[in-house]
Design a protein around this ligand. Structure first.
Ligand SMILES: [Zn+2]
Length: 65
């Protein structure tokens, strides 16, 4: 019984595709209208979860966060 539960957990771990989380998502910056990848590992983010800010503008307008 115990062993079966463990096997189940292991299966779930393996089914998570880690590499697919960093898919490029091109957005147009709300401020400077530059195209950029919002999923890049930089400062870019969605302001108010709606307006895409590129890394440069995110830094410049960081105090609005
Ligand atoms: Zn920008």
């Amino acid at each position: 019984m115990e062993k079966k539960e463990k096997d189940k957990l292991k299966e779930n771990e393996n089914s998570v595709p880690e590499a697919e989380e960093k898919v490029e998502k091109i957005e147009v910056c709300y401020i400077c209208h530059k195209k950029f990848n919002i999923n890049a590992d930089d400062e870019s983010y969605y302001w108010k979860n709606k307006y895409p800010f590129c890394a440069y503008c995110a830094e410049f307008y960081g105090f609005y966060r």
